[in-house]
Each structure stands twice: as C-alpha cells, then as structure tokens.
Design a binder for this molecule. Sequence first.
Ligand code: NAD
Length: 426
Amino acid sequence: MDICVIGAGYVGLTTSAVLANFGHNVYCVEKESEKVEMLKRSKIPIFEPGLEEMVVENQRKERLAFTTDLSKAIEESSIIFVTVGTPASTDGSPNLSFLNKVVDELVPLIQSYKIIVIKSTVPLGTNERIHKELMERGVSPDLFDVVSNPEFLREGSAVHDMQYPDKIVIGVKSLRPIEQMQKLYQDIEAPSIITSLTGAEMIKYASNAFLAMKISFINEIARISEAYHVDITEVALGLGMDPRVGPYFLQAGLGYGGSCFPKDLCALEFLAKEKEITPHLLQATREVNETQIEQYMKKIRKEFPDLTNKKLTVWGAAFKPNTDDIRHSQAMKLIEQLAREGCHLHVYDPVVTVAMPHVTFYQSLYDSIDQTDGIIIATDWNQFKEADWSFIKEKMKGKIVIDCRNCIEPSRIKNNGLTYVGVARP
Ligand code: NAD
C-alpha cells in the first residue's frame, strides 16, 4: 500500500520504518528540513534500538523516502498517518497546534479517497472534530475517512513494540475504512479492537493513566513499607503474582516521566474537569509522582547534610533506559535540583549529553566517578546494574550509592564495602 506518515519523531519514524519493512511504500513527511536532510543521509535524529538499521535497509530497497513535500506524498498515498506531537499547554490542556496545522495543510490536498489515520494521542472528541472540520471546509465525505489508531509503543523498544503489539485499536465513524486498515496491518499478529473514534482516544488515555497509577501506587506503598521496615521488592513480587495485578510497572523509584504519561494524565484530568468530574485517582497519581523527587532529595540530604560544593556522580539522565529522550525526565529534574542546591555533578548517561551549569556530562561510566563523594542512580540502564563495584570502590572518594530506581541488588554494593541506599530495602 502507498502510505504517507506526517512527522518523523519517535512515533512517526518508527511507524514509517516498520510499515516499509512490511513491504508498503512509505513517504515520511517532516517539517524540519534539517531532520529530513539527516534522514536522507540515513542518519537518525533520535536514539532508538534497531531503528537506524531498519530505516537504512528500507531506504536501500526504495520503500522508504523522507521529504518536506507534503503535497506529492499525499497525492501518491491512500493512507495518511498523522504522528505530530500533542504536548501539554501550561494549563495542562493538550496543545493541538501541530495537529490543527496538519488539518489546514490537508484540506486543499485531498483530491482522491484517503484514509486519515490519527496516531497522535489526542483529547476525546478530536477525531470527530477533524471529520466535521474537513467536511465544513469543503472536503467531500466521499473522499476521506478519519480513523483513530492510537499508538502504544514504548520508547526504548519502539521497533519491537510496533511489530509485535499486544493489540491494535481502530476507532472509526463508519465501516468503510476497516477493511483497508486490516489489510494494512495483516502481517501483525495481534487482536484488534474496533471502536468509535472517541472510544479509541479514551483507550489510549485510560491505558497511560492506569500504568502511571500503577507506578504511583507502588511508590506510595514503598513509602509506607519503608516506615515499617518492609522490603518493597518482596511486596511487589507477591503483589505481581496475582494475575489480576500482573508483575509489570511495580518497581518503586523516582517515578514516571517522558513525553507521554505526565502530559496524558494532565490532559485526562483537564478533560474530566471540563465535564465537572473530579478525577480523584488521576490527581493522586500525579501528586505522588510530583513529590518523588523531594522524597529522594531527603534521602540524599540525609547522607550529605551539606550539599554545597559536594561532588556527586549521577548515572542516568534519560527518562528511562534505552532512549535519549529527556522530556519530563525525573532524572533530569533530580540533576537540576542537586545543581540548584550547590552540588558539582558528574553525570553519565550512555546516550544523553546536555550542556548545563555546575554539571559535567562524561562519556565513560568509570570516568564519571573519579574522586566523587557518592553515586546517585537516576535511570535504570542495564550498564549500571553490571558495573564493577570493587573497581568503583577504589576510584570513588566517598562510599555512598543511592539507587533511586531500586535496580541494583544491595548485596553487590555492600559486599564491596560501599553503602547502599534504596527505598524500602531494609
Ligand atoms: P515528536 O515530538 O518526537 O515528533 C513529532 C514530529 O512531528 C516532529 O519531528 C515534528 O517536527 C513533526 N511535525 C510537527 N508538525 C508537523 C507538520 N505540520 N508536518 C510535518 N511534520 C511535523 O513526538 P512523538 O514522541 O513521536 O509523539 C507523537 C505523538 O504520538 C504524540 O501525540 C504522543 O503523545 C504520541 N505517542 C508518543 C509515544 C512515545 O513514546 N513517544 C508513544 C505513543 C504515543
């Protein structure tokens, strides 16, 4: 099939590469010309495991092309994916300016039947509104269908997740586009859910809200467990064995971040309040998460009562492992707070480097610990779990390791004469 994907970010680039890999012809349209130039040279602007290889392979097979020229891509495609960002505005409401701009651009270009697939996460009612707007602006309803097809990939395993999703959600207004959508995804073995346009939007928000709630839930249980000297890893293990709960997203730590959970939770909270519904659980989920940084700052201040001029190592800046994304990263928030309190920070993240005052980013894990007073683990990259703690003991000045992700087995650190601080790990 001939497909146009609008936006070459985490979702758009992955969608383009995976659909091309399934044998479709894909035009990926990106408004930033520098990104397009990079992509034409097979250079990927983001870090996502396996993505670069897939892009290169499909460019070579001439199934994947990058362009800034929307009109040619639309003319040649029957299915148009919209994957532009929908960030939060300052009041928490979703900022739909990128999406609205795409709709403006599409109006004059729809000259033959197109399926417009909205993959971006959008507020309830947006797909219906787009359908109505296109008609009101003179596009014949015979020439288009709007489909809501939210994306559930996780950064860090985006390519895998898009090839092997646990479900495909397809929201429609009529039956007409369903066959084409099923044909498009015929190589993916996953159950599909056909629902209304707004139903699909809600499935996406509810999924992210539920997952965020699981994280805040275990973080709250960790606070209580710590007060009663209970090991939270054992609690999570026992809790997760119940199939009604499941074992995932039960690791206590610094909390969730990234470009999706925080803004999607805010959006749902906003949407609820617009209908005069008090979203108690959503508010509590956000409040627990927002106070996690301070919970860990307390632990850090306990170990280092005077943070002024302390030389500390922080491992991890990305919002989670295997990505370079630092949008709403809890690790970055912790780094900023420590810098504000006067620390000199040596930061190491396998793929992130940022220029900021009082912070030096290192290119090597072991260089980052030279003569520092302690290590703070802020993102649970595997590399940190496999570190050589006896070497670290020799190289570091201090002895404290504060594991803000509960990701290291405490005995590995203690057995090397270092002090381990996690949450609720007596
Ligand atoms: P992103 O910011 O990484 O990428 C968006 C891209 O769209 C950018 O490259 C931007 O330049 C481009 N763009 C904006 N307007 C354009 C236009 N008019 N024409 C062409 N290109 C344009 O965003 P993302 O992380 O890929 O997220 C996209 C959407 O998918 C969001 O709604 C997000 O909530 C949702 N989503 C993201 C993830 C994730 O893990 N990142 C997962 C599921 C869903």
